[in-house]
Design a protein around this ligand. Structure first.
Ligand code: HXC
Length: 515
């Protein structure tokens, strides 16, 4: 063969590989309302930066007619590329080849790219669209999954791992995305479940549609499996690129700093922001948006456990993780789901050197048999544990209520919060005035001529004595009580101060977070 012929052969093979399962399959993929694996990579990465690896890999199976369908790539496209100039490893499952089903060599390709990512310290982004284990390859497919699960686990906390679900992802296959840090799902085309509607009907006699069972809204609102719900695939890859702008490439780096010019901020209005009536709700987002860099709020789990807000943002161009109680939903109480949501976010930020700020207005943990029986004790402990173990710079601003155990949990000084600030509207106490007065003055109230009058007096007394930030400040539990309009300035100053803080946890194999 001449050099020219050799080059021609290479070109031919590459062209064949680029066609995936063939034009007919590509057309059916589009008809299903889905993009192809390559179109997705194109949307995700900076233009022209994708370097494909293992394009010529093919399966070695000889069973059930597979020997006649030896497509190049074996159904998954893997490689490296850049997002806003930074390296990332990518795999994109190609549904046009045997339904994107995962098999021996397919899994080896993913493992290879993950191991490379861990060696060089770059995030792994997995684009999932697959019929699951390639049935014809039997246990080899299952082994392939297990090889990936192991790498997902070993890479956890070393490099960020992001999953886009843009098609089916069923059975044991869901556990790879589930171990990764963030899951993105797209309305209508994404489905995740352990067992599908047919099996459910047979076993429990329940009727459920694919969408209700495991669609983007179900996992974004009800189960919390998904962190980001996207309108369409363009939105999905756009959001992944945005997420990347807040996070470092690995656990040895600091998050990327964005250019920032200090603009005019409308901060004066914060002094009058908190309602005089302590039971009146307000939207905590309004405070956050005024205090952090303009338009930098990027919420995680936006529609799940909305009584807590977890979000990325920036202060002076530097990424931060925000955890905030949301008085607008359930008065901002902590419950089982919000504790899990908060804990996972805090642990991500801590693993990847992202400083944390807490905006606190929490009346305590949600009472009730439902919460107790579903384990609010062990789930609430997750959030407490996560804040206790986090060694990144941590600041708390107490806006209004900081009641009971929730005061301790929400990054108090006692659990290594570096700086705790309070607004004059802060109420730091074991509980609200009415509940407290009914307990500690019970005997007097029982014999009082005018119970209502005495209770009001006691409530007033309790309010004046305890429902303020001064007692905590007298003991140094609060570093300063600040005018709300100064919050941004204080956060900038203190984050700069503690940016290089050093703190350690004891040496051990690993802690035992109450799972
Ligand atoms: C081999 C598969 C496949 C699979 C789909 N295909 N899934 N081939 N192994 N798992 C093939 C189909 O035969 C078809 O080939 C092509 O992919 C497209 O599939 P369609 O069924 O035409 O597409 P659609 O109607 O969109 O349905 C998609 C689907 C369905 C819902 C995913 O294909 C399906 O139910 N597949 C089986 C899912 C499943 O049970 N997988 C195993 C789960 S167990 P042709 O040649 O006709 O185009 C599992 C265990 C993992 O994954 C354990 C890890 C620990």
């Amino acid at each position: 063969m001449t050099n020219k012929e050799k080059l021609e052969l290479l070109k031919q093979k590459r062209e064949e590989a680029m066609l995936g399962g063939g034009q007919k399959s590509i057309d059916s993929q589009h008809k299903r309302g889905k993009l192809t694996a390559r179109e997705r990579i194109h949307l995700l990465l900076d233009q022209g930066t994708f370097e494909e690896m293992d394009i010529f890999v093919r399966h070695q199976s000889r069973d059930f007619g597979l020997e006649n369908t030896r497509y190049y790539t074996d159904g998954v496209i893997t490689g490296v590329g850049k997002i806003k100039g930074r390296n990332v490893a990518v795999f994109s499952q190609d549904f046009t080849i045997l339904g994107g089903s995962l098999a021996e060599y397919y899994a080896k390709k993913i493992v290879k790219i993950m191991e490379l990512a861990m060696k060089v310290g770059m995030p792994v982004i997995g684009i999932n669209d697959s019929g699951g284990a390639r049935i014809q390859e039997g246990v080899l497919s299952l082994a392939g999954y297990a090889d990936i699960f192991l790498r997902n686990t070993l890479a956890s906390g070393v490099v960020p791992q992001i999953s886009a679900i843009v098609g089916p992802c069923a059975g044991g296959a869901v556990y790879s995305p589930a171990i990764t840090d963030f899951i993105f799902m797209v309305d209508k085309i994404s489905h995740m479940f352990i067992t599908g509607p047919n099996v459910i009907k047979a076993v429990t006699n329940e009727d459920v549609t694919f969408d209700d069972l495991g669609g983007a809204n179900t996992h974004g609102i009800k189960s919390g499996v998904s962190h980001f719900t996207c309108e369409n695939e363009i939105d999905c890859f756009d959001k992944i690129r945005t997420l990347m702008s807040y996070i470092p490439s690995n656990n040895m780096e600091l998050p990327p700093i964005s250019e920032h010019e200090e603009e005019e901020y409308d901060l004066e209005s914060l002094n009058e922001f908190v309602p005089d009536n302590p039971n009146k709700p307000y939207d905590m987002r309004d405070i956050i948006n005024k205090v952090i860099d303009k338009d930098s709020l990027f919420e995680v789990h936006k529609d799940y456990a909305e009584n807590i807000i977890c979000a990325f943002g920036r202060i002076n161009g530097r990424p931060i993780g925000i955890v905030a109680n949301q008085p607008l939903v359930l008065a901002g109480v902590l419950c089982l789901n919000s504790s899990i949501k908060g804990a996972r976010f805090v642990r991500f930020c801590d693993a990847f050197n992202i400083p944390l700020v807490v905006f606190e207005d929490v009346p305590g943990f949600l009472p009730g048999t439902d919460q107790e029986w579903r384990g609010v004790i062990r789930h609430g402990a997750k959030l407490l544990y996560a804040f206790c173990e986090a060694t990144v710079p941590k600041i708390t601003v107490i806006i209004r209520k900081a009641y009971g155990g929730a005061y301790d949990v929400m990054n108090s000084k006692h659990i290594r919060g570096d700086v705790n600030l309070a607004w004059p509207s802060a109420e730091i106490a074991v509980m609200g005035a009415k509940g407290a007065s009914e307990i500690i003055f019970k005997k007097q109230l029982d014999v009082a001529e005018d119970r209502r009058k005495l209770l009001d007096e006691k409530i007033n007394e309790f309010n004046n004595k305890f429902l303020n930030p001064y007692i905590a400040a007298e003991r140094g539990f609060i570093d300063d009580i600040i005018e709300p309009k100064d919050t941004r300035k204080k956060l900038i100053t203190y984050f700069e101060l503690i940016e290089n803080k050093v703190d350690f946890n004891p040496r051990r194999k690993h802690g035992n977070i109450p799972l």
